[in-house]
Design a protein around this ligand. Structure first.
Ligand code: ADP
Length: 478
């Protein structure tokens, strides 16, 4: 079978499968045919031996010993005439001395070549298959003993096994033809079946070939009904395509956003510098222009940093790095800093926290969410206002809420505040990149949470809420 393993790799799987199938069948049928042939052969020999035994039994009563030599007496009274008949129904009879010399030959020997004596010096019945005049024959030797138990000769009975060999020949022919036809049919059937079974693969290949980087939205057809290896292959491939498309979409969004958001401030910066360079100016003017340029560059740097951070967040698998974290502990560790910042901004700050609130998140991400929400509250609440930080343990969820009495927003804008570069109307004129809340949403959603914002209206304050699934209290901290 090693030749099968060496089948040229350019041959299609269908051809190789069909050949494997045919070869296996050839071996199995070959073994079966050989077994049948040998069994049949042996059975026919046994049948023929029965015939020889019968002939021997008929002859035995007519054999006698005369002067130490076997002779037939009154053989003419034997009803069977087989020993006189020639051809396939003839029985060729001889009497031999103990040393194998022939003392009697039946009349039907007359028309045949001499038959060599095969008897061996073993005092038992002996049977031999041989060819006599080119035809299959079988001879049976029966030892003849006198009353004292001494061997006085051998009775040799021979017959032609013509019919047996004709049948064997037919059987061989039928088996051989049957095997060849079966293997041929099996190879063709196997090829057809393999092609049929692999048709979905060909379809998948054709569809995949038509896809380019531009049409990653296309999906491979998933054969309905059964859930087999091919369905799994198509689904896995589609899954991969979906991830590739998402990644490509992220890259595109990043490039578009970066180009769009940077082009406007860059054009403004360029015209500022061009105006400044149009004619000689006072040193103070140059200084003012350069300071403005520096602010623009800082804003652009912040934008690019924010975009990169978002792109990385979408790429990394936060689930793998998430671990049980006490939200209350993270809040408390930052309270002092925030207290100072709010005081400096002329705001009143209060925090209402339970003892513990465990969530499964990346701890650094948690700090980022807190910082973003609190710095927005600080930025968008005029001096004299109030900011409140709360953590609640709900049924199976943990809620982080930041409420302020600041500029608020139009409730219709609530759904857009978490979009990239979205800046509320009431925030116009205030510095910002419009990426802070988009980063908050990306972080929260990456850890299985959700965000929402609401406000009664511009100037009436706002509330930002983050929900995470509550995580079981780790054994050590329980
Ligand atoms: P940025 O603050 O840089 O503009 P964000 O993504 O953090 O970007 O916020 C998006 C928009 O959401 C802001 O421009 C503002 O209109 C609105 N917003 C965020 N926080 C508050 C808040 N505490 N009060 C009122 N509006 C807010």
């Amino acid at each position: 079978m090693t030749w099968l393993r060496r089948l040229p790799h350019r041959w299609s799987i269908s051809v190789r499968l069909a050949l494997w199938y045919a070869a296996t069948l050839l071996v199995l049928l070959g073994l079966f045919a050989a077994f049948s042939y040998v069994s049949f052969h042996m059975a026919r020999h046994r049948d023929f031996d029965q015939h020889l035994i019968h002939e021997t039994r008929q002859l035995m009563p007519f054999v006698q010993e005369r002067a130490g030599v076997p002779v037939f007496v009154a053989l003419d009274t034997l009803r069977s005439v087989a020993y006189q008949t020639d051809g396939i129904y003839g029985t060729y009879v001889r009497l031999l001395r103990p040393d194998g010399r022939v003392v009697y030959e039946s009349p039907n020997f007359a028309r045949h070549d001499s038959l060599p004596v095969r008897v061996q010096p073993v005092l038992d019945v002996q049977v031999y298959s041989h060819t006599w005049e080119g035809k299959p024959a079988r001879t049976r030797y029966t030892p003849l003993f006198d009353e004292a138990g001494r061997l006085f000769g051998w009775l040799e009975v021979t017959g032609f096994e013509w019919s047996l060999h004709r049948e064997l020949h037919h059987l061989g022919l039928v088996l051989g033809l049957g095997i060849v036809l079966s293997v041929l049919l099996a190879a063709l059937g196997g090829y057809w079946l393999a092609r049929r079974a692999l048709q979905p693969v060909a379809l998948l290949t054709a569809t995949a070939r038509q896809m380019g980087a531009d049409n990653l939205a296309a999906r491979l057809p998933v054969p309905g009904g059964v859930q087999d290896e091919l369905t799994e292959l198509a689904e896995t491939f589609n899954d991969l395509l979906a991830r590739l498309a998402a990644s490509l979409e992220r890259e595109r969004r990043f490039t578009d956003n970066a180009a769009h958001e940077l082009l406007t401030p860059l054009s403004a910066l360029r015209s500022e510098l061009e105006v400044a360079l149009r004619r000689p100016r006072q040193a103070a003017y140059y200084r003012e222009v350069l300071e403005e340029a520096l602010r623009d560059v800082e804003r652009m740097t912040e934008t690019v940093r924010g975009l990169l951070h978002l792109a990385r967040l979408e790429r990394t698998d936060a689930h793998e790095r998430a671990r049980p974290t006490d939200l209350v502990e993270r809040c408390q560790s930052r309270l002092k800093d925030w207290q100072a910042r709010f005081e400096q901004a002329g705001l009143r700050f209060e925090a209402v926290l339970p003892a513990h609130a465990w969530v499964c998140v990346v701890p650094e991400y948690l700090d980022e969410v807190l910082d973003n929400l609190l710095s927005n509250a600080c930025k968008y609440t005029p001096p004299g206002g109030r900011v409140r930080l709360e953590v609640h343990r709900l049924d199976g969820q943990i809620r982080l809420r930041v409420t302020d009495t600041g500029i608020g927003f139009d409730p219709a804008e609530a759904a857009h505040l978490f979009d990239r570069f979205y800046r509320g109307r009431s925030a116009e004129g205030r510095p910002g990149s419009g990426l802070g809340l988009a980063i908050v949403r990306a972080i929260v959603e990456a850890c299985g949470g959700s965000v929402q914002a609401w406000s009664p209206g511009p100037g009436k304050g706002s509330t930002f809420e983050v929900y995470w699934p509550a995580c079981p209290v780790p054994a050590l901290s329980a």
